[in-house]
Design a binder for this molecule. Sequence first.
Ligand SMILES: Cc1ncc(COP(=O)(O)O)c(C=O)c1O
Length: 384
Amino acid sequence: MFADRMSRIAPSGTMATADLVEKLKKEGIDIVSFALGEPDFDTPEHIVKAAISALNQGFTHYTPTQGIPELREAIAKKSKEENDISCDASNVIVTPTKLGIFASVLALSGKGDEVILPDPGFVSYFQMINFAGAKAVGVRTLKDNGFRMLPDDVAEAINPKTKVIILNSPGNPTGCVATKDDMKGIADLAQDHGLFVITDEIYEKIIYKGEHHSIAALDNMFERTVTLNGFSKSYAMTGWRLGWVLASKEIVKEIQKIQQHSISCAVSFAQKAGVAALKGPQESVKKMVSELRERRDIMVKGINSISKLECNAPQGAFYVFAEFNYDKPSVEFAKFLIENAHVAITPGSSFGSGGEGFIRFSFATSQESIDEGLKRIENALAKL
Ligand SMILES: Cc1ncc(COP(=O)(O)O)c(C=O)c1O
């Protein structure tokens, strides 16, 4: 009945958990959710005000497909100053981040191509690659290496069909942060084998240990790299649907076609808010990261104090990827916790087969919720 390509994608495991939490809450069940993929902070006031002012001024029409020049210039300036990427406004397309990733995957890979990505990795990458008709080749990452995708493992996955490598640092669901040497090693492989790199840097500012490195800043990498970033996580703007693609003019030209024939442009007044976010005060970002760091420490300590659960402190993002030592698939384990502890977490297998045996806890929730949720889990597991 439906198009063939629809059979190649599955619904999102993380969204399914979020929907279940909403349903149970509506039924009056008090759920503690560690399933959230978004900061629980409000969008900073000066950013909201910029959007309201744009609306009041009637800035409610289509914008250029690539985005308003003021925002593209601010993004290029940020990328040059903070990420050391030589670029200008012509290299930027303003678009919701996830759509930017989707469009990049569609533009760079198709039937007969292989795309390398971290496993466990962000749920949508696997599905986007399948939808594009390409083959997703997961590179297993390990807890003992901080879940970093190591160049040697990437090298082993490369073959003549490989077209693209997807990077995600800091990473969802593991909180991994790539080192500069990891990036250099992967950049060398991309150049030696003539591959594109799609790098998803949406968590760049949420980092607790180590430093963020942009692969596009390395020698000869800009021409073969698509850098994705956005406002959702750094500025608590998930509902604004605003991010960007940064790439060479040749790649931008292709991705722009997808934007032209799909959403036309990003939301006009949200783009004005994006300008305020990049040009305005950055204290809110620092405050959020420092609060998240405290929550991370509480959560890691709490998880490790529960028998048969174990985790390392993530270096970035706002997720703890914890190993559980029960003889159950992670989907069953998650089901047990929501039914018996009324705590929602995301099963590790939602993030690829490498995530089996793990569960993802988001600590983008209050310290009280973290204490309460972990207490509930401990009590429920005591009965298992
Ligand atoms: C790794 C990663 N990339 C991209 C996104 C999507 O970002 P946006 O909501 O800005 O489209 C998410 C959201 O959870 C994510 O975790």
